[in-house]
Design a protein around this ligand. Structure first.
Ligand code: ZN
Length: 440
């Protein structure tokens, strides 16, 4: 029989004899079957009846259990749990250096589920010192069981040679390389604001054009453009959302208006052209809130309407973000000793937009790359006119009176006009009398 001599740091006499039983891993399990190998099994149905085993304490790394037996013997067992073994001492001293009857019967009773997992009493580094044990562990002792748990504030406590509780549930194998499933390369409908700039006869009203394209691998942009959706050449085989159906309808109307407007260049057709531009603006006002729901918005610089026949040239495609804000038009008058300059300023929330060129109806801000729809055809036409000759008007000093009477009086009643004060160089509201006095 295996035997162990002494246990250090126990409350027992250092010479106390401990009998050793190997435990099964994991869980440091003692079964009745193992127990039976260390003691001659009492025979008979009643042999194991009348055992009164009660847990007493868990101190200094020892579980103590009182055992009263039918032979009226009363003893205390001291159990020490090692990683792979259970060491048992009995107050009888086990004079034969063998597992005594008290210990056998006591353990038989404790293993009433036919086994007992002794890992609950295995806390290496914690239980030999009561102070350490009480700091980290909560021990609850009843007649039928002793529970030893880590205090909540310490969470899951690492047990030397065992590790963390339940860690075995997580194999923690290094995950295999996740291969990205190529979701890109999808067909998608993009919406192009098609426009051009300049003052040439080619200038047309901006038209919204749906275009079938193919997305990149991340699906965040369209990388190849296949075909414009036109009334005479619709893109087929695509399921459009309701939002897209509305946009497509707007597009078809806009294309017709742009074609009509394009032919209205003569003086006599001015009114008709203005009407067409109004209709176009109204359609864009409907389109922009719908476009904010679309993922693929672009602007496309066309040289003429015929560029809307098949598909856009990718080199002339730009990203496009719409804003629902309406730009405000205002003007600045400045005195330059012998003349005045008059320039337009387009602002959103008081901030001037920056742009070099301007198509009909829109302002594309270079700073924010946002596309703004002008608030009215009048604003747009007037702005385009002011911009059309190097973006400024020039008036000789001696023409101020006439300039005011025929132009600025009217303009300043409709739009904010600021005058850059001569002395302070600050912008003040335009006031004809004040300026007249100042420059004479
Ligand atoms: Zn004994």
């Amino acid at each position: 029989m295996p035997a162990k001599q002494t246990k250090v740091g126990t409350i027992l006499d250092p010479d106390t004899f401990f009998y050793t039983i190997p435990l099964e891993l994991p869980n440091q399990r003692l079964t009745r079957e193992i127990l039976g190998k260390h003691f001659p099994m009492p025979k008979g149905r009643r042999a194991h009846m009348g055992i009164d085993a009660e847990y007493k304490s868990f101190k200094n790394g020892l579980v103590s259990v009182s055992v009263k037996l039918p032979d009226n013997s009363e003893n205390i067992l001291f159990l020490h749990v090692g990683l792979t073994e259970l060491d048992i001492a009995c107050t009888c001293g086990m004079p034969d250096r063998k597992l005594c009857y008290h210990a056998y019967m006591g353990l038989y009773s404790l293993t009433w589920h036919h086994y007992l997992d002794f890992d609950r009493y295995y806390w290496p580094g914690f239980t030999a010192d009561e102070k350490v044990k009480d700091k980290f562990l909560t021990t609850e002792v009843t007649k039928n069981w002793i529970s030893v748990k880590s205090k909540a504030k310490y969470g899951n406590i690492f047990k030397s040679t065992i590790g963390f509780e339940d860690i075995e549930k997580f194999p923690l194998v290094k995950p295999a390389m996740v291969t990205t499933i190529p979701t890109g390369g999808q067909q998608a409908i993009s919406y192009c604001l098609t426009y051009n700039v300049g003052s040439h006869s080619n200038l047309h009203l901006p038209v919204l054009m749906p275009c079938l394209g193919v997305t990149n691998k991340h699906n965040d942009e369209v990388v190849s453009f296949k075909q414009f959706n036109r009334r005479d050449k619709p893109v087929v085989g695509v399921i459009y959302s309701i939002n897209q159906q509305q946009l497509n309808e707007i597009s078809i109307q806009q294309f017709d208006i742009a074609k009509r407007h394009y032919g209205l260049t003569g003086e006599g057709k001015k009114q008709e052209a203005a009407k067409a531009k109004h209709e176009m603006l109204n359609l864009w006002e409907r389109a922009i809130p719908l476009l904010l729901n679309e993922k693929y918005n672009y602007r496309y610089y066309t040289y003429w309407l015929k560029y809307l026949k098949d598909k856009p040239r990718k080199a002339d495609i730009r990203n496009c973000r719409y804003s629902l804000e309406k730009p405000a038009l205002s003007f600045i008058l400045k005195f330059h000793q012998d003349h005045f300059s008059f320039v337009a300023v387009v602002t959103v929330n008081g901030k001037p937009l920056k742009f070099k060129f301007k198509p009909h109806l829109f302002v594309f801000d270079d700073a924010t790359e946002l596309c703004y729809l002008m608030p009215s055809v009048q604003d747009d036409d007037f702005l385009m006119w002011v911009l059309s000759n190097n973006k400024r008007l020039t008036v000789l000093r001696e023409h101020l009176n006439e300039f005011h009477d025929t132009f600025l009086a009217k303009v300043s009643s409709s739009y904010p006009v600021a005058f850059i004060d001569l002395k302070s160089q600050k912008a003040v509201p335009y006031n004809f009398e004040m300026i007249s006095n100042e420059i004479t």
